[in-house]
Design a protein. Structure first.
Length: 541
């Protein structure tokens, strides 16, 4: 269900108000219903949920359904009724249309034309010929194969086995992160010394290292405060406890944590203690720990907004044995941009630009996709060949669905492999908005969706809407809202947005509506009853 929603959003965009339109091109065929006739051979037709006005070449009857073919024209679309369609018995429509179009009546072509007609998708003669050929070649004539062909036709993409396989990998939810790790392991066990294989393995290993998302150290200190200051029966305590365990802190009770902190701080250098607790002496810190006043101690932690302050926090977390990313660069946006550029989502464009330049250097095309394509030319074990083909198809499929700059609203999407606290996952990011004068999306007015399948929170959608640099965040997840954790991390989110000249207006958490076989819908409260207990923290948004 989650992957289906992601693909649907990639196809339809984020703004349904701008999707209620259709462009009819010469040669397209569709089955529509005449709603009303007007003078001058004009008529109002229904195609799916849309109503359109067109010029007809024949006298028809309002209320009847016909097969139409779009004719070359300017202005209003001009429609020709396919001969004999108004007299055809419905069960034999498909066979008759295939005959009218001069297409062989095969199981694949008949199932495809039936599927497109039932989904109100305009198609051409070539769509049926090419689509039926792909279905027969790949042996996929069920709904899965038909739905992929529908996507290709809707986006006016070439219908080939390659494009079909690429979109199929997206629909199946094939990820990048765990497949990259798997391929790296397979290549590591390969005895082949081909330079391309060595280069591919080194490149993937570098990407896997960059996939690690840095832990926010200030937020970690906040979790420690919550764990020590909250009632053990409260949700705040449980959420902070699970969050710290996810980061690698093993003590499970305040008493165990108190002993752990005592031992850790007793080993801390005096200058570190002085920097973190400038208002307290080492004796005062030890006395407070002896009395069990650990919560008060952490409340008085002072973190400088400087490289020196960051280093002191890293030292403290190291003493507490909390996992952390030791890279100095904490800019997650730069990290994501680096990963995206290395995947090769713009490989074809970059190749074309390189060929057009006289001073081009092939090293500029050192991307994951380019190395995968080179490796496909080698004779490799079947397990490695399959993994390389899977990754290539997944990247290509994302390329096919990622950009839709037509119309007033532009739409972009990327898939980013990540590693959060040692767990691999894939982040799908989808942007939508108007372009500014420079041709880029306007950062003052846009919408961004993040799709994540996390280790503890599982399927999660974060909907970020920006209007006049005022940000609202909507988290959609089936679990109960972790109120304590959100309240603890909210100040850091506000501060981070403020530093970027954005203002946070609200953070909303809702559980998805689930279908009910009797009514078609199920209330959020009814769904809450079936939800599992909150079991962990994955990432700070």
């Amino acid at each position: 269900m989650f992957q289906t929603n992601v693909v649907h959003s990639l196809l339809r965009g984020l703004d349904p108000l701008h999707q209620k339109s259709i462009n009819l091109n010469s040669g397209q065929i569709f089955n529509g219903k005449i709603l009303k006739l007007y003078p001058g051979q004009l008529a109002s037709l229904q195609l799916g949920g849309l109503t359109l006005t067109a010029k007809l070449e024949a006298a028809l009857t309002a209320g009847n359904r016909y097969w139409f073919q779009v004719q070359p024209s300017e202005g209003l679309p001009e429609l020709k009724v396919i001969e004999g369609s108004k007299h055809i018995v419905r069960d034999r429509d498909n066979e008759s249309i295939l005959r009218q179009l001069g297409i062989s009546n095969t199981k694949a072509s008949e199932s495809l034309i039936r599927y497109l007609a039932s989904n109100d998708i305009p198609f051409t003669r070539d769509h049926i010929i090419q689509g039926a050929d792909v279905l027969q070649r790949l042996g996929l004539q069920k709904d899965e194969g038909l739905s992929i062909l529908k996507m290709l036709i809707e986006r006016n993409l070439p219908i080939t086995p390659a494009s079909f396989s690429a979109l199929s990998s997206v629909v199946k939810g094939e990820g990048l992160s765990h497949n990259l790790v798997d391929l790296s392991n397979l290549l590591g066990n390969l005895q082949m010394k081909e330079p391309v294989i060595h280069q591919l393995q080194q490149f993937i290993n570098g990407m896997v290292e960059r996939m690690n998302v840095q832990v926010d150290q200030n937020a970690t200190i906040s979790l420690i405060k919550d764990l020590l200051g909250a009632n053990q029966a409260s949700s705040t305590f449980q959420e902070a406890q699970l969050g710290l365990q996810q980061l690698g802190l093993k003590p499970k009770t305040p008493d165990q944590l108190l002993q752990h902190v005592r031992e850790a701080l007793s080993k801390a250098p005096d200058d570190l203690l002085k920097q973190l607790w400038p208002t307290l002496s080492k004796d005062q810190i030890n006395q407070a720990l002896t009395r069990g006043q650990i919560s008060e101690i952490f409340t008085k932690v002072v973190i400088e907004n400087s490289p020196r302050g960051e280093k002191s926090v890293q030292q403290l977390l190291s003493l507490l044995a909390i996992n952390q990313n030791k890279e100095e660069n904490s800019n997650v946006s730069q990290q994501l941009a680096s990963i995206i550029s290395r995947i090769g989502y713009q490989y074809e464009r970059d190749t074309l630009q390189l060929l057009q330049r006289t001073d081009g250097n092939e090293s500029q095309l050192l991307q994951l996709k380019s190395l995968l394509l080179k490796a496909q030319q080698l004779q490799l074990p079947s397990s490695i060949q399959e993994k390389i083909e899977l990754l290539t198809n997944r990247i290509t499929g994302q390329q096919l669905l990622s950009v839709n700059p037509e119309g007033v609203i532009s739409h972009y999407a990327v898939l980013v492999p990540l590693k959060l606290f040692g767990k691999t996952t894939d982040l799908t990011v989808q942007w939508e908005g108007k372009k500014d004068q420079s041709g880029k999306l306007n950062p003052d007015h846009c919408r961004i969706l993040f799709y994540l399948n996390l280790d503890n929170l599982k399927e999660t959608v974060i909907d970020v809407q920006i209007q006049t640099r005022i940000v609202s965040v909507h988290v959609i997840n089936e679990r109960e809202k972790p109120t304590g954790l959100i309240n603890a991390l909210l100040p850091y989110l506000k501060t981070a947005l403020s530093e970027l000249d954005y203002q946070l207006s609200a953070v909303k958490w809702t559980q998805p509506m689930m279908p009910n076989p009797n009514t078609g819908f199920q209330s959020t409260n009814a769904y809450n009853h079936q939800s599992r207990q909150y079991q962990g923290v994955d990432i700070r948004i």
